[in-house]
Design a protein around this ligand. Structure first.
Ligand SMILES: *Cc1c(COP(=O)(O)O)cnc(C)c1O
Length: 332
């Protein structure tokens, strides 16, 4: 299978916001878009996106996972960036239509169809550094993806960074391109200097998230993760895992964790840590790097609870367990 996110379906669904209204959505070629070189997004980063997945069930049905959550977040990101208000019903239809069009291309489990709605400001006005774009482009791009774990993913090494930040705090819950650009320098530096896979941003000692995934700690029957606030991205996977953990009788603690508490707990046997996100569901964390010292998390290997929760989520997505929470929407 190709590298994640490098294969695209030949067409995508697209709509434009002009003269205060959204155009009828169309299927267009996904190999290029046209915009003015002075487009707002290219200069002032008026851009946000979503990431969700469609899954193939054994009976051939294709199902999108928690689309309502992604639509709400897309609406929130667009609003906080002062992009034109999205029409959620229209975007929902665009997602279902384009996935339906490529239903035959949705991979079998453990693969899936990754769905990337994207919204960018297109007004040609380089004078609008401090004013919103009055026009925009919104499209839904599809990329078939394989199993993140097929390459035998090793537990991750995370650098705990207490001085830097992933992004400006008021941008944290917006899924916007500039935030990834902002985190890239520190991440590359951490890879080169201490062979970290990712940085776990812990501004002022408060454990937050990595560049593109939420962080959870599992200690026995308790699952601990930062409570939602506006400083970080509210992952749909995070919320789903907490719900499934509660279903399994685990104790859910949504609260702040300090770096001190994290390191203290990590040294205990049986403790597990993981990153959550749509692409990889739950990825085990094996090592924290802090002040030039390495701290093994629990056994340093993927833990049983992480794997159990990951499996529970996959089973619902793949139609192998009942969808008790009505998380799936049938496409075809
Ligand atoms: C997308 C993303 C996540 C995970 O969100 P999901 O909805 O679970 O995919 C977490 N953190 C950041 C910064 C993200 O961009």
């Amino acid at each position: 299978m190709a590298v994640f996110g490098t294969v695209f379906m030949p067409e995508m669904a697209l709509t434009r916001f002009e003269n205060d209204s959204w155009s009828d959505s169309q299927f267009v070629s996904s190999d290029s878009i046209q915009m003015h070189p002075g487009a707002h997004v290219l200069h002032y980063s008026s851009t946000c996106f979503e990431g969700l997945k469609a899954f193939r069930h054994q009976d051939g049905g294709i199902y999108v996972f928690r689309m309502d959550q992604n639509l709400n977040r897309f609406e929130q990101s667009s609003r906080l960036l002062n992009l034109p208000e999205i029409d959620k019903a229209q975007v929902e239809k665009m997602i279902l239509d384009v996935v339906g069009k490529y239903a035959n291309d949705v991979p079998e489990p453990p693969g899936s169809m990754y769905i990337r709605p994207t919204h960018v400001g297109t007004e040609a006005s380089i004078g609008k550094a401090a004013a919103p774009s009055l026009t925009s482009l919104l499209y839904v791009l599809l990329s078939p993806v394989g199993d993140y774990f097929s390459s035998g993913a090793k537990p991750l090494r995370l650098l705990l960074d207490e001085t830097g930040m992933r992004c400006s705090p008021h941008m944290g819950m917006i899924k916007s391109g500039g935030n990834y650009a902002s985190a890239l320098g520190p991440i590359l530096e951490a890879r080169a200097s201490v062979q970290a896979d990712q940085i776990l941003f812990c501004p002022n000692g408060d454990v937050q998230e990595t560049g593109a995934a939420n962080f959870i700690l599992i200690d026995g029957n308790e699952i601990i993760t930062k409570a939602l606030d506006s400083s970080f991205l509210h992952g749909v996977t995070r919320g789903s895992i907490l719900t499934l953990a509660a279903d399994l009788g685990m104790t859910i603690s949504e609260r702040n964790i300090s770096v001190d508490e994290l390191l203290e707990r990590a040294s205990k046997p049986g403790v597990e840590a993981a990153l959550s996100g749509t692409a990889a569901v739950l990825t085990p964390v094996g090592t924290f790097i802090h002040n030039d010292k390495e701290h093994t998390v629990g056994s340093g290997e993927a833990g049983p609870t992480t794997m159990k929760l990951r499996q529970a989520l996959n089973d619902i997505q793949w139609g192998k367990a009942p969808d008790k929470h009505n998380w799936l929407v049938k496409v075809n």
